[in-house]
Ligand binder design. Structure first.
Ligand code: AMP
Ligand code: GLY
Length: 423
């Protein structure tokens, strides 16, 4: 088969790395890809949100199956477009991607399906939103309804902060049309976990639970990021807990989506807050997580490709995935200044040697090749990943490799997975 992966981050590198090892894969393309992905796939400079460009590329290269990584093209309807052209594609339709594309749609559906989630209300009018904030008090959470690259959520610890968020998002349209509507919701306390389920519209298969680290600095300090590191399995939600989320969250969601005429195919990524009374749903993403996919792929023993095809074909009840018993971890190396203003253009050296540490794979998130050198070209730049027989070993291996990377302009957290280490 000839496969095309859409995207250019660490997630797409991990997907390409895994797909390239499939005996079913004869040729692998990635659009647009990055310097690391170029070792696994033919990279083609077509932007991930360029629907016409991706369709044209898929036709030109006679692609049999497309795997769409990021949410933006999914929410724009890339899978619908490809399928309409007779090209099989993995990921939700535009209508099903609304689960991530509209927080209000998601919350209404969860309410009717009885999925545990924060109490909320939707607003298009700033005056009513402000009145609601004053009535509810703080802490309270204000969210832009649409996609805002992870920046549209304000967890406000005071009423003033929440009122300011209402003004910024709804009043000043800081996130454009994505902020034409607000969801204001109850603050949930606890620890976050990411659960991944592969879905074919009717059947859901648990892939696992990982934990991400959203803040840029050690000790969960500093601004929110796309994610600074992850590990898996995550003891915060054990096997029984994960099965409970499949039964009480994922399966009712699949039923409700099918009933709404929007059957969900693809990856359903539940962002959970695990508190004293068990997990509650913070959000759904309709794609693989980044950097969680890096640890997911390192632990997956089975061939990924037939599983993705079975999901597309509605045959997931035929699939049984095998996993390595190992623990996996990934440490993100970002460019100085990330997330506000990452410095681009510095050179990264000694990557080959660092990647030869036992159990280590270095996925590229934001790099480009320039005259045979590897140049930082994004916020998150590398995802230094490792497996080990336990978390301690995996961690030691990953951080040894991080130290071996010669990149003085890079920053990283030194406490990824620290809270899961046995005391
Ligand atoms: P979201 O994009 O909806 O997941 O929100 C981004 C981040 O904001 C989450 O990963 C949480 O850290 C935080 N967050 C979102 N909703 C809530 C909530 N209801 N209570 C507490 N924190 C929240
Ligand atoms: N790990 C956060 C995300 O993929 O959205």
């Amino acid at each position: 088969m000839r496969i095309l992966v859409v995207g250019s981050g660490g997630r797409e590198h991990a997907l390409c790395w895994k797909l390239a090892s499939s005996p079913l894969c004869d040729a692998l393309f990635c659009a647009p890809g990055n310097a690391g992905i170029a070792a696994e796939a033919t990279c083609v400079p077509v932007a991930a949100i360029d629907l016409d460009g991706i369709v044209a590329l898929a036709k030109k290269e006679r692609i049999d199956f497309v795997v769409v990584g990021p949410e933006d093209p999914l929410c724009l309807g890339m899978v619908d477009r490809l399928e309409a052209e007779g090209i099989r594609a993995f990921g939700p339709s535009k209508a099903a991607a609304e689960l991530e594309g509209s927080k209000g749609f998601m919350k209404d559906l969860m309410r009717s399906a009885g999925v545990p989630t924060a109490a909320y209300q939707r607003f298009t009018d700033a005056e009513s939103a402000r009145a609601y904030v004053r009535r509810q008090g703080a802490p309270i959470v204000v969210k832009a309804d649409g996609l805002a690259a992870g920046k549209g959520v304000v967890v406000a610890s005071t009423v003033e902060e929440a009122l300011d968020a209402v003004d910024q998002i709804l009043g000043k349209r800081r996130f454009g049309a994505a902020g034409a509507e607000l969801v204001i919701e109850e603050f949930l306390d606890g620890e976050e976990a990411s659960l991944f389920a592969l879905c074919d519209g009717k059947t859901a298969l648990l892939l696992g639970v990982a934990q991400d680290h959203k803040r840029v600095f050690d000790g969960d300090k500093g601004p929110n990021t796309g994610g600074m590191g992850a590990y898996m399995p995550a003891p915060i939600l054990d096997d029984a807990g994960a099965r409970g989320v499949m039964r009480d969250f994922i399966e009712p969601t699949l039923k409700a989506m099918a009933a709404a005429g929007r059957p969900f195919t693809g990856i359903l990524y539940a962002g959970l807050m695990v508190g004293k009374n068990g997990p509650k749903l913070l959000e759904y993403n309709v794609r693989f997580g980044d950097p969680e996919t890096q640890v997911l792929m390192m632990r997956l023993r089975s061939d990924l490709l037939p599983a993705l095809i079975a999901a597309r074909d509605g045959e997931l009840d035929q699939v049984d995935l095998r996993w390595h018993a190992d623990t996996a971890i990934t440490v993100v190396m970002a460019a100085r200044g990330y997330p506000e203003a990452p410095e681009k253009g510095s050179e990264i050296r000694n990557l080959d040697a660092a990647g030869k540490e036992q159990g280590v794979v270095i996925f590229h998130a934001g790099t480009k090749p320039v005259d045979g050198r590897i140049i930082a070209n994004g916020g998150r730049v590398l995802c230094v990943s490792a497996v080990g027989t336990d978390l301690k070993q995996a961690r030691e291996r990953a951080y040894r490799a991080v130290s071996a990377v010669d990149w003085p302009e890079g920053i990283y957290r030194t406490d990824i997975a620290a809270r899961a280490l046995p005391r």
